[in-house]
Design a binder for this molecule. Structure first.
Ligand code: 5GP
Ligand code: MN
Length: 372
């Protein structure tokens, strides 16, 4: 399968679709997607005024244009945050354009693909907002709560299995990933990263924790506006002076990291990889996206057992809560196609921010018995 990866979209869907190879099977967009349905949506976005523009998405929302290929999107920091919140468990932003939600996982043609929303802010991670603060009506300061990665997202990701994912996506880079590639060259291209690298501050610690736990075949990111590749090898464990091989045959030995740039002249903003599915899953012979079976149960368990915002954070050092949650997981979801149930609900003309009902999220909650 041919998979095209774009680092950040910044509203430039038309350019990206025009430049991917004609035989692309899947497009992955690693955030800063900017799914503005109308001018009102732009009020729930933190974008400097000089960059604030509607972009191309609204034509895909109304059906004026059609995505030429199935597109999977993860959320970054420059987003239509009100719309992303409406689809917090994932859903169709437009026909064939699927957003993974705050933590999400889907099957496509035998590939298991997951992702996590957001970028890192230490203060907000350690003082997470109450869930109600993440909902509209938004103020300029509350809207940022949507895209800062939260402890409950870490909990959800840590309940995903190891060595099963083909691709995992985070907008922000996994913290420390720069050390697994050509660091010297990165610093020459982006000298202003150096202080953050020296202070272990580049990227998202949640993403590195998830990378080390999930160990997907590929991890894709955007946000830094530079191409970068790295390889995290899990097989070699240094034990005194010996290299000890400490793996089962079934385990993924290393994760290939690919960071891609944003659209612009002389920028490499699409990377293409070839990969073959290794899982026997009903999605192999289907053109639909399928739910990753345990995901709804993970949402349910984390939502119901982590009620106070600090619940995860206070327990995370000993992992005791995660162990408890993990032991409660039955992993018994059945294989289901994600319904092709997109309908536009927002008017293209609205020029003030409004809250819209989300028939897709309502259907998801009803199907899986999720209340929050
Ligand atoms: P955005 O497009 O999300 O506003 O911002 C991305 C810009 O911020 C890029 O130019 C990227 O290089 C820079 N950037 C993102 N994260 C970091 C970081 O942790 N440290 C530094 N020094 N720059 C960052
Ligand atoms: Mn960004």
């Amino acid at each position: 399968m041919k998979i095209a990866i774009n680092g950040c979209c910044h509203g430039e869907l038309n350019t990206i679709y025009s430049l991917i190879p004609f035989d692309t099977d899947l497009l992955i967009i690693c955030g800063d997607f900017q799914a503005f349905r109308n001018k009102g949506d732009m009020e729930a976005a933190l974008i400097p005024n000089k960059y604030k523009r509607m972009g191309d998405f609204h034509d895909y929302y109304t059906g004026e244009r059609e995505a030429p290929v199935v597109t999977i999107v993860v959320g970054g920091n420059h987003e239509s945050l009100s719309y992303l919140q409406e689809l917090r468990y994932g859903g169709w932003l437009a026909p064939s354009i699927y957003y993974l939600g705050e933590v999400g996982a889907v099957w496509y043609k035998g590939l298991l693909i997951g992702g996590v929303l957001g970028i890192f802010n230490w203060h907000l991670f350690s003082h997470p907002p109450a869930a109600s603060d993440e909902l509209p009506p938004y103020t300029a300061s509350s809207v940022r709560l949507v895209y800062h990665t939260k402890p409950r997202q870490l909990a959800k990701g840590m309940l995903l299995p190891r060595s099963q994912f083909d691709i995992f996506i985070s907008h922000d880079w996994p913290n420390g990933i720069e050390h697994y590639g050509n660091l010297g060259q990165l610093i020459r291209t982006k000298p202003y990263f150096e202080p953050d690298i020296a202070n272990l501050r580049l990227g998202l610690p949640v993403a590195m924790a998830l990378l080390q736990h999930i160990r997907p075949r590929y991890w894709c990111s955007g946000h830094m506006h530079v191409m970068y590749e790295a390889e995290v090898d899990f097989a070699a464990k240094v034990n005194a002076n010996e290299i000890e091989l400490d793996m089962d045959d079934e385990e993924i030995p290393s994760t290939r990291f690919i960071a891609v740039d944003k659209p612009g002249r002389k920028r490499k903003f699409v990377s293409v990889i070839e990969m073959q599915p290794v899982h026997a899953h009903p999605s192999l012979n289907s053109d639909s996206l399928w739910y990753y079976e345990p995901m709804a149960e993970i949402n349910l368990i984390v939502n119901s057992q982590i009620t106070a915002p600090t619940d995860v954070f206070e327990n995370i050092s000993g992992w005791s809560l995660l162990e408890k949650l993990r032991s409660n997981l039955k992993n018994q979801g059945v294989a289901r196609v994600i319904p092709d149930n997109f309908t536009p609900v927002a008017s293209a003309e609205a020029d003030t921010l409004a809250t819209y009902p989300s028939p897709q999220t309502d259907a998801y909650r009803k199907l899986f018995g999720i209340i929050a």
